[in-house]
Design a protein around this ligand. Structure first.
Ligand SMILES: Cc1cc2nc3c(=O)[nH]c(=O)nc-3n(C[C@H](O)[C@H](O)[C@H](O)COP(=O)(O)OP(=O)(O)OC[C@H]3O[C@@H](n4cnc5c(N)ncnc54)[C@H](O)[C@@H]3O)c2cc1C
Length: 385
């Protein structure tokens, strides 16, 4: 389950992610504390070109995440997540923001914001907000005023370009805007006393009193939720989770080898079950990346596929956690054991929005679809016949 060495023809972004991952894995233990943040790893992402890599090729970037770069993006997210799930979460938000800028930005916004990414700004996407007191955008002239908060905002206090959703007073459909923030201001991490993902700086941020220029607004009302990109984007967090599952499996395998307990048939059987779960997750992520990038299926079919993929990866993660903890036993719950933090981080990061709805929504699409069940997800031309 360890990474093979880099092959000479490996894309530069994947090679860079391997290097970032190794550094992140070394530092993750020290960052695992309330208020922790992987600042050196983010600096590595910048130095090795990964903050700029999602910029489209025709605008001077590496096009990581464009159709032909989808498998490379999957590999990068997996590798970064394997090094540190907190870093993987932050990087996934950065990639998501740049993809939204590429999709909805005007030429001038794209130029400006891609230049910011190249200059080392960390982006985040902050949609989650409290049921009362969410983000409101007021004003109609060249300067707009913000009030309200975002919650569960990863990188709060560290992200310097926040892509947020905000509502105009009395309107239900949110707008997207990119808000420049000063590092170290407005963030409140006091409520992030989490079981895992402590180093993700997932907190509240109060925007009240901030003003932005009107050209901070990206796209039109509800573009943020436009399908298949909104739900389809879940494949990216599944790719990061896959890296976290690999890290748990690696710690588990290392424990069995190191303690000489691996030859026991029960231990072998559990490891085999874990390998099936892990490989299943890998295949789901790779195919979900393909299905989203190819856009060959109807939007609702793409969404259904990605919903199944994210739940399959969640299931694989829960299975590997349980198998690893059973195999290693109490040692794996002691702080100095690598499995301890890796398990907490994975268990926390597996929590993603509305899993029940993802499952039943996918099932409803399967029920309503007119293709035979075996052809539902086929993207080759014969599926149309
Ligand atoms: C480490 C971490 C970092 C994050 N960073 C960000 C970020 O940067 N930006 C951001 O916007 N968000 C972020 N989030 C928040 C994230 O997007 C989700 O809001 C969060 O993960 C939802 O998890 P949940 O378990 O509370 O989901 P829920 O959707 O509340 O699910 C919990 C359970 O309730 C069920 N359920 C859901 N809705 C209903 C309902 N209406 N009625 C009955 N049952 C229901 C679900 O199926 C599930 O069983 C982050 C989350 C984590 C864990």
């Amino acid at each position: 389950m360890s990474e093979p060495g880099p092959s000479p023809d490996e894309p530069a972004a994947v090679r860079a992610a391997r290097s970032v991952s190794a550094g992140a894995a070394r530092r993750a233990g020290a960052q695992d504390r309330d208020g922790g943040f992987p600042a050196e790893d983010v600096a590595d992402l910048a130095a090795l070109g990964l903050l700029a890599a999602p910029v489209p090729c025709d605008e001077g970037g590496a096009g990581l995440g464009e159709e032909k770069g989808a498998q490379d993006l999957a590999a990068v997210l997996r590798l970064v997540g394997a090094g540190s799930l907190a870093l993987g979460r932050l990087y996934e938000g950065h990639v998501n923001a740049l993809q939204l800028v590429a999709r909805y930005g005007t030429p001038a916004q794209r130029r400006r914001l891609f230049a910011d990414a190249r200059a080392g700004h960390l982006f985040g996407v902050w949609n989650t907000e409290p049921s009362e007191g969410g983000l409101v955008l007021a004003g109609t002239g060249p300067i707009l005023a913000l009030s309200g908060e975002k919650t569960f905002a990863s990188g709060a206090g560290f992200v310097t370009r926040a892509l947020v959703t905000a509502r105009r007073p009395g309107e239900a459909a949110p707008l997207m805007l990119v808000v420049p923030l000063e590092a170290g201001t407005r963030a409140d991490l006091s409520a992030w006393r989490a079981h895992g993902m402590r180093a993700s700086a997932t907190g509240r941020l109060d925007f009240t009193g901030l003003t932005v220029m009107a050209d901070a607004v990206l796209g039109g009302p509800d573009d943020y939720h436009r399908q298949p990109h909104f739900s389809g984007g879940a494949w990216r967090f599944a790719a990061v989770q896959l890296g976290g599952i690999e890290a748990v499996a690696e710690a588990w395998r290392g424990h069995l080898a190191g303690t000489g307990r691996g030859a026991d048939p029960h231990q072998l059987a559990r490891l085999g079950e874990g390998a099936i779960a892990l490989e299943g997750a890998r295949l789901w992520v790779a195919q979900a990346a393909r299905v989203v990038a190819g856009e060959a299926l109807p939007p609702e079919r793409i969404v259904a596929y990605v919903n199944l993929a994210r739940l399959a990866v969640e299931r694989a993660g829960l299975d590997v956690l349980q198998l690893a903890q059973r195999s290693v036993g109490l040692q794996g719950f002691l702080r100095e054991h690598p499995l301890e933090r890796l398990s907490r981080d994975l268990a926390t990061y597996l929590r993603q929005p509305a899993p029940d709805r993802a499952l039943t929504g996918a099932a409803a699409e399967i029920l309503a679809a007119d293709a035979t069940i075996g052809d539902l997800w086929r993207t080759e031309p014969e599926a149309a016949r």
